[in-house]
Design a binder for this molecule. Structure first.
Ligand code: KG4
Ligand code: ZN
Length: 338
């Protein structure tokens, strides 16, 4: 009998459900939330309410697309953190009720582990040990991965995440939320060397600091628009390309140092920012120069999705890592605690 798992992701502003059978993904449905656009960022209470509206139809669709009846499920998995606590509770409550009604085990998944294990959804898969640069809207981490469920953060941001650096600088340019993908698109026609922004400084060997770039872009724009009120409109692609280059260079500099010092030659990128075209290109180039094996996820597995939660749940299922009905989601959830 095959093992079939339903997984639910609701840590931020995407409601997602996926079905996985014997380690193969059968469906992966993601419903975004338009409601936040008007506010220039995710409004936690509105996110929780939208999850409540989306969760039943999204799960129905995931089961339908997979051709699976709910009575055939062997486990229900959900994102237990880190994330917005109200949003996490919607997914957790749904998963608990569903598991209880079906009388199947519950699996609590760490969202940051799942971003890393998204690399195991499709071939080619990384070989252990590998390093993963996980870059999202909430996190920027260099993770040493020694096994499916054995991970250690060896460096992270001390303030803003890389995704926040994209979103906040995009906001200063008047771009809608989330700014990262739009900035990426506009940067395509820009000159990345047009403007110079300072590289962020941090004392941690593999650490990052991204709050400085937002401030330097803000002062730069204030100065330039004083001299030319149309400066942003006249130079938008060049500004976007220059900001993007600064963020990508910072990320890859530390990632390269970690790989060299730890002597690891299998390297992966993950998380929403790994959808960035410049990061993907520069990472692949660097990998060629350094003789690394590089792993770049498909676009649909970069940003939040339940497919990666299902993949992680599969390894937890195999190791008998189930959660009791009393499990509670956590806004903060270290990767080492699983
Ligand atoms: O992993 P994710 O979907 O959610 C979190 O767990 O945070 O990442 C979302 C982040 C946002 O900050 C978004 O702007 C950024 O990923 N992002 C991008 C791109 N696509 C998504 N940033 C830069 N370039 C992109 N193409
Ligand atoms: Zn995420």
């Amino acid at each position: 009998m095959p093992i079939t798992i339903l997984a639910i992701e609701s840590s931020c502003d995407d409601t997602s459900a996926a079905v996985l059978q014997d380690g193969k993904l059968l469906s992966n449905v993601v419903a975004g939330q338009k409601v936040h656009e008007a506010y220039g960022g995710v409004v936690p209470e509105l996110a929780s309410r939208a999850h409540q509206q989306h969760i039943v139809p999204v799960v129905d669709q995931a089961l339908m697309q997979a051709g699976i009846h709910k009575k055939d499920l062997n486990a229900v998995a959900f994102t237990a953190g880190p994330g917005l606590i109200g949003s996490l509770f919607v997914g957790a409550s749904f998963a608990k009720a569903f598991a209880l009604a079906l009388d199947v085990p519950l699996i609590a998944v760490n969202h940051m582990r799942a971003h890393v294990l998204a690399h195991f959804i499709d071939e080619p898969v990384p070989a252990f040990p590998f390093l993963c640069l996980t870059v999202s809207g909430g996190h920027t981490q260099i993770v040493k991965v020694t096994d499916y469920l054995s991970m250690e953060v060896i460096g992270e941001t001390s303030d803003d995440a890389a995704g926040e650096a994209f979103d906040k600088t995009a906001k200063l340019l008047g771009l809608p939320y989330p700014g990262g993908p739009i900035l990426d698109q506009i940067a395509q026609t820009g000159n990345p060397n047009a403007f110079k922004f300072p590289d962020s400084k941090t004392h941690e060997p593999y650490g990052f600091s991204f709050s400085g770039i937002k401030t330097s872009v803000m002062y730069f724009l204030q100065k330039q628009t004083k001299a030319d009120p149309n400066f942003i409109a006249n130079h938008l692609p060049d500004i976007c390309a220059s900001i993007q280059k600064t963020i990508v260079n910072t990320l890859l500099k530390k990632f390269k140092l970690a790989a060299q010092e730890l002597g690891v030659t299998h390297l992966a990128i993950a998380g929403g920012v790994s959808a960035n075209s410049e990061l993907r290109r520069e990472f692949a180039e660097l990998g060629k120069r350094m003789n690394w094996q590089t792993y770049i996820p498909k676009f649909e597995y970069c940003t939040d999705n339940a497919g990666m939660i299902a993949m992680t749940a599969w390894y937890q299922y195999l190791s008998g890592d189930f959660a009791p009905q009393t499990v509670v989601p956590r806004a903060r959830f270290p990767i080492s605690e699983g």
